[in-house]
Design a protein around this ligand. Sequence first.
Ligand code: F6P
Length: 547
Amino acid sequence: MTNRSQLASWQALEKSASSVKNTHLKTLFSEDNTRFSQFSQQIPGVLFDYSKQLVTKDIFSQLISLAKECDIASWRNKMFSGEKINITEDRAVLHTALRNRAHTPLIVDGENITTAVDAELAKIKAFVAKVRSGQWQGYTNKAVKDVVSIGVGGSNLGPQMATEALKAFADDTLNVHYVSNADGVQVASVLKNLDPETTLFVISSKTFTTSETMTNAKTAVAWFLDSAKDESAIAKHFVAVSTNLEKTAAFGISDDNVFTMWDWVGGRFSLWSAIGLPIALYLGYETFEAILEGAFEIDEHFKSAPLEENIPLIMALLSVWNTSFLGYTAQAILPYDQALHMLPAYLQQGEMESNGKHVNFAGETVPYTTVPIIWGMTGINGQHAFYQCLHQGNVIVPADFIASVKPQVAVDKHHDILLSNFFAQTQAMMAGVDAQQITADLKAKGKEQSEIDALLKHKIHQGNRPTTSFLLDTVDAKTVGRLIALYEHKIFCQGIILDICSFDQWGVELGKGLASKIEAELVDETVTNSHDSSTAGLIAFYKSQRA
Ligand code: F6P
């Protein structure tokens, strides 16, 4: 089997990478004033500008050739049609079926999953209506006021990120709280302000075996029963989202209170399933459906746009170009929108859990860097924290800048100020500032030559730092759906181009298994395991020092 690095397009790109390293983005802009129109795309609700990436016309066409040589179009068809492309778990990858707003039938293992998805959505809709209208009542016949969503990773980040993104649209029907960490501080601080009579728990876990989720769920049950005193009341206050009916029943949740998902939905792609129930409870079913609609629009774009205009594919190619060819091993996600403050954390899981792998589909070690380190925070806050390093550090970190044209909440001139920072930062990262400009500036300020000499090198910004800008219409439910689906398909394309299976997460399993063995040692003095001297020393210290 051909290794990706043996492909003609890969080798052409390697050559281009070594020559373009001597080219400055500023020069590319001054030589060609059509870069913006050449290297940007517009689809409903999204302007995507990648003209400040270190690509030329030739490099772009080499990248497109790479996509073709990797057979991206047929892989895309395999995914949408339900082929088992998650080869290490023998599963289809069908999060797109969860937002199939055209309701076209899709047969997987002999079953039309569209029917199953639509039925589950109808169940969510009916449940949400009951809870939000007050028809669903707790054990003392009171309506629900607070929803506590317990889950971790993909069973938490998606709903919490969307909740944060859209809370400007919430009415005051319900509050929603999220508990994900096994650290008791989190669950205790949420429960402390709640009334068991008016609290509904949603326990979200695809497997219903994840230790931190089960621990938090048990704590929630104990807290609830402390007041309710009657186990039969659990049915009115606990629902679950899971594929594992056996485990949910063993936990004490009746089958009627379980919302299903399927093994063809990966945890980090599950926001569109009943894992999104807390979003629907908090914001109303229609808002949840609008998120699905936004994502569906992107699915259609991804399926039908020519490769040269296909935004998720271009996002993936740029990431591979920056990481595997130019050697930039980190990527910042910088939302200039407070509503999107959880997006970096969400995408961290999406991209790093999917593509943080070192072997290809055939199990051979790949000779290139796969996924970059994904990190970031809201732009303005980041400016006063780590942008110094983005501008003048000796690591280059390509960045995605994301903002909206219309703010969710218009306050005086705030949005213009916010956006002026957005534009200024991408310009500064691209152009930098050279010795000549600094000298002229300092001279104009009346500085002596000796002062200029002392300062000059410290003030130089090399620029040539690649960025992509996304300008969204506004952050509403549809846009959130669009944005997340764009990144999901980017992650998919990136995996195919890098020839890695993006849908398993064996690296997470290793730590989980070890933790459960060590947990036995911590809670039972008679259990001992052998460890390396560091781990043994740490465990012994902890056990001797804890109260
Ligand atoms: O973090 C690893 C992981 O397996 C994720 O892929 C998943 O989203 C998360 O754990 C939670 O798993 P579950 O939904 O089964 O509790």
